[in-house]
Design a protein around this ligand. Structure first.
Ligand SMILES: NC(=O)C1=CN([C@@H]2O[C@H](COP(=O)(O)OP(=O)(O)OC[C@H]3O[C@@H](n4cnc5c(N)ncnc54)[C@H](O)[C@@H]3O)[C@@H](O)[C@H]2O)[C@@H](O)CC1
Ligand SMILES: Nc1ncnc2c1ncn2[C@@H]1O[C@H](COP(=O)(O)OP(=O)(O)O)[C@@H](O)[C@H]1O
Ligand SMILES: [K+]
Length: 496
């Protein structure tokens, strides 16, 4: 799903209004009715609701939602934060309808109003600002939002949590409505996925309001939100008469004394994601451990007892995955250099492999085109250098990927896969993944797809999606706190 800018969304609204021959009010009504359906599903049964509405079109949505909830028997009160002297045209229509056709108590609130007397119902719907916010919130609006954020209530934002900027970065220390749910229209917005105010979004649900698809398809965007539909577009099914040779042979190189779990998780995750064969090049001390923990994998001992060392292979791996638990000793540098030079196919480098690369930039010259690097944020900083703000980071990632012709998988709460100036933002996963070894599992999953003839970019996007989805499967019936990397691997079967 393409991620669009506010100005593209305004254009898509306009085009849709003209070509579907509907009024802007009808489009607002469509959006609001769809939001009401989501609200009903979230609340399960009617609960008392406070709607905070602005005086623009986001406010118009809020007033329409208040109207329809009232018709459904919800107890509704409305607080209009009047930050402009006039209502927008459609907002005014909805304001008048509410006054004429319901008994709802509508209070207009301005900078002169008394904030102390404000109380909220157990559900707060925020429709103060949407994609139109372009400067700091008026002070009285900030105060109301701050109070709403402290209320014992379930908070639902319509389109965008008020206070979150979309056309630029939200200034530090800004007050933003802290939503439990954000019901956003047509597509998610880029700033939702940046860490600074990412916590304010809660669960993001995208509402298709039927903006013209052909118009949207023609719009340029550097950002794709990777959902199931996107994955379905290239996911392959297996042939009945296939054999293990059709699904590649992965070489995993890594591990050292005391850190054998890393490659063990990588190898297991690769096997559980469908690779034909896995061989692990292991320090001698790890051979038995691997044979016990992953009996399906073959193991080659290194010449060194405690670390991986360069080794002549008597087979040709389809792809190599290297770096997990490798360490950064001279021998580790030698091994990484050896296997980078050996590889003619894209190679996946993770963890210590990335730290070695950061300090030995000459190694990039030998990296096969479209190799995959999977840094977490600390490793990313070592690779691309310090960044200023989040937009600067995005520019640096694109430049880095272009410079070395590599696929950069920047791992975070929302993992960004960057290649060819495009950024693919993953939609799955949860904070349970913030646990040791989950990155090792990811490296195995991506490498596995690489061996199964997905392109390096597809392997990365698919691997990140499936990894997150497996974590989401686990947390449908377990706490995020107890998620381990092994749980992710055990959920791969169901997920796939
Ligand atoms: N036909 C349409 O255009 C549709 C619009 N929709 C809703 O409309 C929203 C966008 O509406 P608007 O463009 O009216 O924008 P908003 O309702 O987000 O903001 C209202 C206006 O306030 C002004 N403003 C911005 N920052 C301000 C500040 N800090 N202090 C005071 N005034 C400020 C701007 O001129 C802005 O246009 C969407 O987010 C969505 O909720 C939906 O109903 C779908 C259809
Ligand atoms: N809060 C979070 N929400 C979602 N995913 C997360 C979160 N924290 C970490 N992850 C994911 O968990 C993985 C952690 O990788 P990494 O830090 O390399 O782990 P390790 O080195 O322990 O294997 C990445 O895929 C990352 O995107
Ligand atoms: K809002």
């Amino acid at each position: 799903m393409k991620i669009l800018t506010p100005s593209q969304l305004h254009k898509a609204d306009q085009y849709t209004i003209e070509h579907q021959k509907i009024s802007s009010w009808e489009l607002m009504e469509r959006a609001s009715l769809a939001a009401v359906e989501k609200i009903k599903a979230i609340l399960k049964a009617p609960k008392p609701v406070t709607v905070l509405a602005g005086s623009g079109n986001n406010g118009g949505d809020g007033l329409a939602i208040a109207f329809h909830l009232d018709q459904l028997g919800y107890e509704v009160e409305v607080l209009v934060l009047k930050y402009t002297t006039e209502y927008s045209k459609d907002c005014k229509i909805n304001f008048d309808r509410l006054q004429a056709k319901t008994e709802i108590k509508v209070e207009e609130f301005t900078e002169d109003s008394n904030i102390e007397s404000l109380n909220f119902k157990p559900v707060i719907i925020d429709a103060v600002f949407g994609i139109g916010l372009n400067r700091a919130l008026p002070e009285f609006v900030e105060k109301v939002i701050k109070k709403a954020n402290h209320a014992q209530a379930l908070r639902i934002a319509i389109d965008v949590p008020s206070g979150l900027f979309l056309s630029k970065l939200t200034p530090p220390q800004s007050i933003v409505f802290e939503a439990d749910y954000t019901l956003t229209f047509q597509c998610p917005k880029l700033n939702f996925f940046l860490p600074d105010y990412g916590n304010a979004l809660g669960k993001i649900q995208v509402i298709d309001i039927g903006l013209d698809k052909s118009f949207i398809n023609k719009l340029d965007s550097d950002f794709e939100f990777v959902n199931k539909k996107y994955i379905d577009g290239f996911y392959k099914v297996r042939h009945r008469f296939s054999h293990k040779g059709d699904y590649g042979h992965l070489l995993v190189a890594g591990g050292q004394y005391g850190i054998m779990g890393s490659v063990s998780l990588t190898a297991k995750a690769a096997l559980k994601s469908g690779v034909g064969k896995v061989t692990v090049l292991s320090p001698q001390c790890g051979v038995e451990i691997l044979q016990h923990s992953v009996p399906e994998a073959m193991v080659i001992p290194s010449d060194d007892i405690e670390q991986v060392s360069p080794k002549h292979l008597n087979f040709k791996p389809s792809n190599i995955c290297i770096g997990m638990g490798l360490g950064q000793s001279k021998l580790a540098v030698k091994s990484l250099t050896y296997f980078i030079r050996l590889s003619k196919q894209p190679i996946l480098i993770d963890a210590d492999g990335l730290n070695i690369l950061s300090k030995n930039k000459n190694l990039f010259e030998d990296l096969p085109d479209q190799s995959i690097l999977t840094p977490h944020q600390g490793e990313l900083k070592r690779l691309i250098g310090e960044w200023g703000d989040q937009y600067d980071k995005l520019d640096k990632m694109k430049k880095f990927s272009r410079q070395y012709n590599i696929i950069l998988v920047s791992k975070d709460a929302y993992t960004f896969t960057v290649y060819d100036d495009q950024v693919y933002i993953n939609s799955t996963g949860n904070s349970g993944l913030a646990t040791a070894g989950s990155g090792d599992a990811l490296a195995g999953i991506i490498s596995s797809f690489l061996c199964q003839n997905y392109s390096p970019l597809e392997s990365s996007i698919l691997g990140v999606y499936i990894h997150g989805k497996a974590a989401d499967f686990y947390t449908t019936s377990n706490s995020e706190l107890s998620l381990t990397a092994s749980d992710v691997i055990n959920c791969l079967g169901k997920t796939l």
